[in-house]
Design a protein around this ligand. Sequence first.
Ligand code: AMP
Length: 412
Amino acid sequence: MSFKDLQLNRPILRAIAEAGYDSPTLVQEKTIPSVLHKKDVIVSYQTGTGKTAAFALPILQLLFDKQDASKKGKKIKALIISPTRELAVQINENFITYSTYTNLRTTVIFGGAAIEPQIDVLKKGVDILIATPGRLLDLHKQDIINLDYIETLVLDEADLMLDMGFIDDVKKIARLCPENKQTLLFSATIPYKVEQLANTILKAPERIEVAANSSTSKNVHQLLYYVPKPKKIELCLHLLRNTIKGNIIIFRRTKFGVDKLEKTLLKNGYKADSIHGDKSQNLRQEALDKFKKGDVNILIATDVAARGIDINNLDAVVNFDLPNVPETYVHRIGRTARAGNTGIAYSFCSADEKPYVQTIQQLIQLQIDVIDEHPYPLDPKAKKEIHKTPGKSKHKKGRKSEASKKKKKRWY
Ligand code: AMP
């Protein structure tokens, strides 16, 4: 199938050709016709398969005939809600690329950045708005944004949006838009809560599924290293010295872990930067730009900060910490071996993470190759760390020595 078969007009086709796209990806092939028919859709896709264009192209096509309004008279007709700032920026860049030969105007608003410049652009009039939920509601409350003319609402990365606690904001935004709007929901996974959200805000949606969420590319060589938790940094340094080459993303579960690893790698002379939720928007964007330009070749990230970000040409993904949600493993390693390239995914598993390996392997229906030959092997008998019952302070029971308790008695 070609883009022409998808009933896209000349200016859009020209922009797509200049972006170097020869033919639509599967998710585009399946989604674009439904969006053009003004249907509500729920799309589950694999990351990196071109889902942004799957909604951006038909939205531009639908708005194309209405683009003649003078700038000032422009009303926001398409609204794309994104859970993270980076993703919002990236979606905006895509819209700008695809709309090069139209008069449609696009802008992006997100929290953590000065509000005034965003207000200035909005006041000049835009057709398409990409926004994170909080900043959108804020500017709507200030009467800067009018949602009365929205024709298409897109909820991107809906599963992440709900994980990040945006459910009420998303429902509110949907209510603020006109009743007869078209709603498109994109989500890498469709857990129950996404299903519930879809039931409340979509009308007779068409379901589009592109590749099972459990599938991992055959081009990714997946390797598993059992290693004691305190030795993970050493193993990481060992592999960086001897084995892992090229552009690498290292995933850690916590912001603290990301910072700690970044410091160690910098101290050891590696060119690394990091992204996580506690970094300012500017710093996160700077880190991404440096990685994309090749100023650094190692990016350390938490899942939330990295989700959905378009980073191509990755040679390796390192799961420094294993994710407790198996789908996250699939997302992470899906970042390497894109577009037919090959890539390697290295996963470090400490004793307490062993159960995660099981659930991941169940999901991907594959045994990950275990590498035993490395300097920091995990004793197979090593026990899972015993976690304290949540809510019970480790200090409450048995904190005082017998002597001290006796003292206390005497003191009374
Ligand atoms: P996305 O899944 O939207 O983040 O897109 C992943 C990458 O695929 C981006 O770099 C897009 O520019 C690229 N892309 C999207 N559609 C196509 C296409 N039809 N042909 C080639 N590359 C594409």
